[in-house]
Ligand binder design. Structure first.
Ligand code: C5P
Length: 227
């Protein structure tokens, strides 16, 4: 049984989403993908053609958007204004713009409020939730029962992204994917508000040499140690 919040943070390509979902399924807990929320907010901004360098315009669009995020780990869904956008938010347009949108402090305040209410709801219904993102252990749930920070070398992360992209029918060269991973790492870890970093009490797990089941067994070990 998983009680309380597992905060799973780290840069992209560490396998966070896959292991977060499987961990939640295994413990019949809920699952919250906060990256999907920033991505859906970004899609709203792109659709409204709001200038990415205008925080007030970006905030206005995000505030007006109707974002709905499902927390069932076997069937995570993201809807924007009533439309399922789960596939579109993984595309290159959103990926290219999401770091700019997520750096706007008022956007973060809004989405963090939404995240906390989804987490409260999950805790009051099934009692446990795995939350993945960049700032879960540092900002969103600083008192999470277990905080894990996943890392992996940039080469490994770019290779994993490429495999995912090809599986989803998106084409990109490995060089371009690695450049994108590095660009987002820099933007996400240098922004003023809630930058990507490990909480002081997070357990770091380097996934470079581990496959999904290897990471999962390490996480289960950590969950069971906390019980
Ligand atoms: O995890 P994913 O790659 O889908 O996240 C997309 C982007 O959303 C990240 O690059 C980051 O800019 C932003 N993000 C964030 N805070 C979170 C989750 C994601 O700023 N908690």
């Amino acid at each position: 049984q998983l009680r309380g919040v597992v905060a799973l943070d780290g840069p992209s390509g560490t396998g966070k989403s896959t292991v977060a979902r499987q961990l939640a399924v295994g413990y019949t807990a809920r699952y919250l993908d906060t990256g999907a929320m920033y991505r859906a907010a970004t899609l709203a901004v792109l659709r409204a053609e709001a200038p990415l360098d205008d925080p007030a315009a970006v905030t206005e669009v995000v505030t007006a958007a109707d974002l709905r995020v499902g927390t069932d780990p076997s069937h995570p869904t993201v809807a924007l204004d009533g439309e399922d956008v789960s596939a579109e938010i993984r595309g290159p347009e959103v990926t290219g713009a999401v770091s700019a949108v997520s750096a706007v402090p008022t956007v973060r305040t809004r989405l963090v409020g939404h995240q906390r209410s989804l987490i409260r709801e999950a805790l009051s219904t099934v009692g446990g939730v795995v939350v993945e993102g960049r700032d879960i252990g540092t900002e969103v749930v600083p008192d999470a029962g277990l905080k894990v920070f996943l890392t992996a070398s940039v080469e490994v992360r770019a290779r994993r992204r490429s495999v995912q992209d090809s599986a989803a029918g998106r084409r990109a060269t490995l060089t371009a994917t690695q450049a994108d991973v590095e660009r987002r790492d820099t933007l996400d870890s240098t922004r003023a508000v809630a930058p990507l970093r490990a909480a002081p009490d997070a357990v770091e797990v380097d996934t470079s040499d581990l496959d999904v089941s290897g990471v999962l067994s390490r996480l289960r070990e950590l969950v069971e140690q906390r019980e």
